[in-house]
Write a protein that binds this ligand. Sequence first.
Ligand SMILES: Nc1ncnc2c1ncn2[C@@H]1O[C@H](COP(=O)(O)OP(=O)(O)OP(=O)(O)O)[C@@H](O)[C@H]1O
Ligand SMILES: [Mg+2]
Length: 352
Amino acid sequence: MALKSVSIENFRCLESVEFQPDASNNIVFGENASGKTSLLEALFFAGRGRTFRSVPPDSLIRDGCQHFQLVATVQRNERPVVLGLKVGKDSRVVRIAGETAKSLGELAEYLPVQVIDPDVHKLVEDGPGGRRQFLDFGVFHVEHSFLETWRRYQRALKQRNKALKTEPRAASAWDHELIQAGVSLDSMRHAYVQALIPVASDWVEFFLEGELELKYRSGWAADRSLAEALEHSRQRDRDFGATLVGPHRADLELRVHTRVAKGRVSRGQQKLLASALLLAQVELMETHAGPGVLLLDDPAAELDTVHLARLLNRIQSLGSQRFITGLQRKDLAEITTGAVFHVEQGKLRRVL
Ligand SMILES: Nc1ncnc2c1ncn2[C@@H]1O[C@H](COP(=O)(O)OP(=O)(O)OP(=O)(O)O)[C@@H](O)[C@H]1O
Ligand SMILES: [Mg+2]
């Protein structure tokens, strides 16, 4: 899967951008505020239906406009498929191969896209929500039944929580569905983590010269089944008016044992650790769903020259199409193949 052509209209500072990316590397360089992150964000939105920054979707619409529009042609199993999105303040239309899609989530199947941006360390540093999202994105591309199971679980959880707030005795009516979907979700995540561990360990060893310890925590006590954990938590759930155990409380426990700091990492190491996890996910995804799209936003600003060179060299072995931004072309001198674009005041121009 690779992007063959892209058209962006009224997305942040990008008024009208059209280009044909290279299937391997695409370097995008330009001054501060020229539109580099905006370009990556538009590509991310085309695959995920959301942004990777914590901003409201409305702020993505170019000032003074009513909506933004993205059209991306992806090469999928030898066939081109056109994805189209038109997003206004209160409206969203998604079209896939000429058909209106039911949800933004359908895009992910056609355009698997992953990003490493200056906030990447949040995957390690912040709360478990981001790590669950990371995990579930990986599982989604491996297990076809994931999305349906996840939706079933979320529906049961929402109903159970609603009952806990209004009519606690009725809450147990949702236990059966919650347990069925929850156990299935848990085993899919568990299997995914087992597959991820060796790939991620390899990337961590390469970037950090350390040993990765990665553990999946289900969201309830390991010595109980989900049914037992729910039973055990029943009174507390009633007191809190919410379900306190289950896959929605899961987490990935991460540790790196290096000679420098056993079990502790600096901000720079957090960035490398998070990047290693994301790259491992991309690599694993390639083996299951085929190559996707990898976005790297200004890696030269985040990493020292040794680690930057390591990163840029190693990603050349991935099959996924790459978009890499930088302030200057020479910041990304390690990359010698593919296309080079210059961006200036929201205008993109191919220079090589
Ligand atoms: N909704 C919007 N409408 C118009 N312009 C916007 C909108 N949102 C953001 N911008 C502007 O887009 C410009 C480009 O932002 P972007 O983050 O893409 O720059 P960048 O090239 O990544 O810069 P840096 O090197 O500093 O990271 C900024 O000046 C920003 O203020
Ligand atoms: Mg930027």
